[in-house]
Design a protein around this ligand. Structure first.
Ligand code: NAD
Ligand code: TYD
Length: 340
């Protein structure tokens, strides 16, 4: 990309978004990042405290569902590219209440696409998930041409947004590129997702709630590797194309949980098998060879190092965890886990 791009990141106060903003400012000298975030229960400006005073970074509070918020922003400065990450992102919450997932992920994405198109944005990276492909059996991996078969309301809402994004490319020649990544882990992940939840519960000697038989498989990628992949797609991705991103790093949930216990020197007896998630996808695995062959991307972090760094981060940032886990999250946790 040419010098001094204005890049709008939506959802930049969340887990991947905050890591991405930090990554981009570190990688590129001549860049301006505008972070648009509605600051929902998971969005947290504290995640970006260290870049807040960087003159290349601006935060704007706004909601992708609100066209006026977007019009005001896009009219105030030229936006060259959009990296769209704002979403409701937690499968369990989509099972409790699907409406907000449709509003944010489907409708919000369409409004953002429309405004971005009207203002002549030159590149729109739509950040999606492997969950749109549904569940795999014991073998095989998802390629970009696998049929979409989303199973949870979250996955269905993301599939809807992917299709809208691709339709804007096909119909209006709007330069959309879609990424579909496997499960991320790393610093600043909200402790309602598997890895940080298990770390935090283990640190407090609380039960570790493993759904079903614990044999569901996920393909884990360190968040900074995902950020590098999105950067590669932003710079070199071909409009209308989909790029799978994955760690080639499959783990059964129970093995991850036991690894966390071992690293924290906590006993296996903290594991508690609880009622399964309804419609729980059995296995995800991504074939990321297109990213590797066409954009030269591959993960730079081993799982061994990534998980150790992640555990250390949570150990060293327990006050952050306790702050984000207070308030609304307490009610959510009680509702989710005390009933199981
Ligand atoms: P997250 O839940 O941590 O963060 C989402 C962010 O979006 C929050 O800061 C939130 O305040 C913001 N947001 C929500 N609704 C908004 C709205 N209406 N307007 C503006 N901002 C809003 O999510 P994450 O885990 O960082 O995921 C980011 C993106 O990456 C999502 O699109 C998700 O589908 C995708 N993704 C996540 C993973 C993963 O493992 N976490 C894997 C693949 C893809
Ligand atoms: P999660 O982090 O919610 O990501 P996703 O559902 O998007 O893959 O869950 C990862 C896996 O961990 C998934 O198979 C569900 C399982 N899981 C548990 O066993 N217990 C829990 O408390 C949570 C949150 C997840």
């Amino acid at each position: 990309m040419s010098l001094r791009q204005n890049i709008l990141v939506t959802g930049g106060a969340g887990f991947i978004g905050s890591n991405f903003v930090r990554y981009m400012l570190k990688q590129h000298g001549e860049i301006a990042i505008i972070n648009l975030d509605a600051l929902t229960y998971v969005g947290n400006l504290e995640n970006l405290d260290d870049v807040n005073s960087d003159p290349r970074y601006t935060f704007v509070k706004g909601d992708i569902r609100n066209r006026e918020d977007l019009e005001t922003l896009f009219s105030s400065k030229p936006i060259d590219a959009v990296v769209h990450m704002a979403a409701e992102s937690h499968v369990d919450r989509s099972i409790v209440g699907a409406g907000i997932f449709v509003e944010t992920n489907v409708l919000g994405t369409q409004i953002l696409l429309e405004v971005a198109k009207t203002h002549g944005v030159k590149r729109f990276v739509h950040v999606s998930t492997d969950e749109v492909y549904g569940s795999l059996g014991e073998t095989g991996k998802f390629t970009e041409s696998a049929p979409l078969h989303p199973n949870s309301p979250y996955a269905a809402s993301k599939a809807g947004s992917d299709l809208l994004a691709l339709a804007y490319q096909h119909t209006f020649d709007f330069p959309v590129v879609v990424t579909r990544c496997s499960n991320n882990y790393g610093p600043y992940q909200f402790p309602e997702k598997l890895i940080p939840l298990m770390i935090m519960n283990a640190l407090q000697d609380k039960q570790l709630p493993v759904y079903g038989d614990g044999l569901n498989v996920r393909d884990w990628l360190y968040v900074e590797d995902h950020c590098a992949a999105i950067d590669a797609v932003l710079q070199q991705g071909v409009p209308g194309e989909v790029y799978n991103i994955g760690g080639n790093n499959e783990w059964k949930n129970i093995d991850i949980v036991k690894l966390i216990l071992k690293k924290l020197d906590k006993p296996d007896k903290l594991v508690s098998f609880v009622k399964d998630r309804p419609g729980h996808d059995r296995r995800y695995a991504i074939d990321a060879s297109k990213m590797n062959e066409t954009l030269g991307w591959k993960p730079a972090h081993t799982f061994e190092k990534g998980i150790s760094d992640t555990i250390d981060w949570y150990l060293n940032n327990q006050s952050w965890c306790h702050r984000v886990m207070s308030g609304e999250y307490q009610e959510y946790y009680k509702m989710m886990y005390h009933e199981r």
